[in-house]
Ligand binder design. Structure first.
Ligand SMILES: [Zn+2]
Length: 162
């Protein structure tokens, strides 16, 4: 039995628990997972780190999925990080909807955030940023927004020139 998910609002945070347990046997559950992940909403999901199959690999490998590994020892710290990360994602979505905030400057991107100009640079492992949150966690609203904005530019470019 699956809940009716057609009724969620556009600002609702979607939540999925324990992808990769018994539910995986059900195609209905897989469809629900993809529906949540494809929705424009922010979706928080937990996924087993032990059980793995094609479906869980697909979920974990998506461009729009940020994977946070939580262990027994760092559970409290990571939960607080995830709570902050959800707020950063909401912020990032706002930036993405306001492309005038992004200015290319040589190899760097300047992101004009609410109170500051953030400098972003593409490194081997993805974008880096000069804000404090990035220094601590290696991810921030600015890197999420820049990655997402670049991806949509790239998709538009590919569509036009392929
Ligand atoms: Zn930043």
């Amino acid at each position: 039995m699956l809940p009716n998910v057609s009724l969620f609002g556009k600002n609702d945070l979607l939540y999925l628990d324990e992808i990769g347990q018994m539910q995986l046997l059900s195609n209905g559950f897989k469809k629900l997972v993809l529906k949540y992940l494809d929705a424009p909403n922010t979706c928080l999901a937990t996924i087993s780190s032990i059980f793995e199959d094609d479906f869980t690999r697909l979920v974990k490998g998506r461009d729009d999925v940020i994977l946070v590994t939580i262990s027994e020892e760092d559970r409290a710290e990571k939960q607080s990080f995830v709570t902050q990360l959800i707020r950063k994602i909401e912020k990032a979505r706002k930036y993405v909807s306001e492309p005038d905030r992004f200015i290319q400057n040589g190899d760097d991107i300047e992101l004009h955030s609410e109170h500051n100009v953030r400098r972003l640079r593409l490194e081997k492992n993805g974008w880096s940023c000069n804000c404090d949150f990035f220094m601590k966690y290696r991810i921030c609203s600015h890197t999420i927004a820049t990655e997402e904005t670049r991806r949509s530019f790239q998709a538009a470019y590919d569509a036009e020139f392929s």
